[in-house]
Design a protein around this ligand. Structure first.
Ligand code: SF4
Length: 328
């Protein structure tokens, strides 16, 4: 059976169930790289220039972890999934960058995803991708439809059951996920999924919040309507593909009654520095919800991140006590 490697990084958290369904429908075996370790980051960093953003370094490490474990590597070039809204340039050149810095990489299955070129072009690219595994166009079409269905179910699962992507993927794989306690205080995380759910990059941020007794809310738990309404309120119209998970979710959660909002950005990320600044300004304007911005980079120490987190949670507790005293 042909093996297709999928790096557990960048777009993995958004599209894994869809990609897995597509390749498995075409009778390929999907191999995913193991969770990020310090070694993954170290080997990934050794292949790219120093000022490359942290998530891309991690991505290279995941590709290297799969090099001798698969026949093909799946690396799409995702340009645009909504009309006239474009992705960060790192995603556009991901297949070419990988070929250049990891020459030992197995043949790359790349697909150019740009909705602005029209649906016909997109179907043509999907067919070309599927042709690596099957010559039967009907089979490729069936695989694409099943993949699209899997993607919708994945997104609905996260919204309806308030699951973060790793929990939703575990649920799809038949694993147990923790049950919800609606009375638990909540903290919302805002940022790209590859920062929020990679435990090496964020030093187990979600785990620390859960240990402190908070339920974590995430951008993926919001509907498209909720995200778009918040973006319209803050910026008028979106320009970046990832504006929903930063500006949209930040704007929404700041007015949703959560205990606090934590924005997570990667050091050196151009789009993030602009988008998170808008969320921060909105937090200052509203003065209703405590907001903290965490910038992550290769050299961020876990102890430093935990200290900042503890200080933020202490501040939330002090604020609540003060509010309670004023009400007495
Ligand atoms: S959006 Fe920022 S963090 Fe993400 S790939 Fe682009 S530069 Fe890197």
């Amino acid at each position: 059976m042909v093996k297709v490697g999928i790096p557990r990084a960048l777009l993995y958290y958004q599209y894994y169930p869809m990609w897995k369904t597509f390749f498995e429908e075409l009778r390929a075996e999907v191999v995913v790289s193991p969770p990020t370790t310090q070694a993954t980051l170290a080997v990934g960093s050794s292949r790219v220039v120093a000022d490359t953003c942290l998530p891309v370094k991690v991505f290279c490490g995941h590709v290297l972890a799969l090099v001798d474990k698969c026949d093909y590597m799946f690396i799409p070039a995702l340009r645009s999934v909504k009309s006239k809204i474009y992705n960060c340039s790192k995603f556009l050149g991901l297949p070419d960058m990988t070929r250049a810095v990891i020459p030992e990489c197995p043949p790359i299955l790349d697909i150019d995803i740009d909705i602005n070129k029209g649906k016909r072009k997109l179907y043509q690219y999907i067919y070309e991708l599927g042709r690596h595994l099957s010559w039967n166009p009907l089979k490729i079409r069936r695989a694409a439809l099943a993949a699209w269905q899997a993607h919708h179910e994945y997104k609905e699962l996260m919204v309806n059951e308030s699951l973060i992507p790793p929990q939703a993927i575990a649920r799809i794989d038949g694993e147990e996920t923790p049950s919800l306690n609606p009375d638990q205080p909540t903290i919302a995380l805002v940022g790209h999924p590859y920062l929020l759910y990679d435990e090496l990059i964020n030093h187990r941020l979600t785990h620390h919040l859960e240990q402190a007794g908070y339920r974590v809310l995430a951008p993926e738990m919001l509907t498209t309507d909720q995200l778009e309404t918040a973006i319209t309120r803050l910026t008028g119209r979106p320009y970046w593909t990832y504006e929903e998970e930063v500006v949209g979710s930040g704007g929404h959660y700041l007015e949703s009654g959560v205990e606090g909002v934590i924005g997570v950005v990667a050091f050196g990320c151009g789009p993030d520095s602009l988008m998170m600044d808008m969320v921060q300004r909105q937090a200052i304007r509203l003065k209703t919800t405590p907001f903290m911005n965490l910038t992550l980079e290769e050299h961020t120490a876990a102890a430093g991140m935990v200290t900042r987190l503890e200080a933020f949670l202490d501040m939330i507790q002090r604020r609540k006590r003060k509010e309670a005293e004023l009400c007495v």
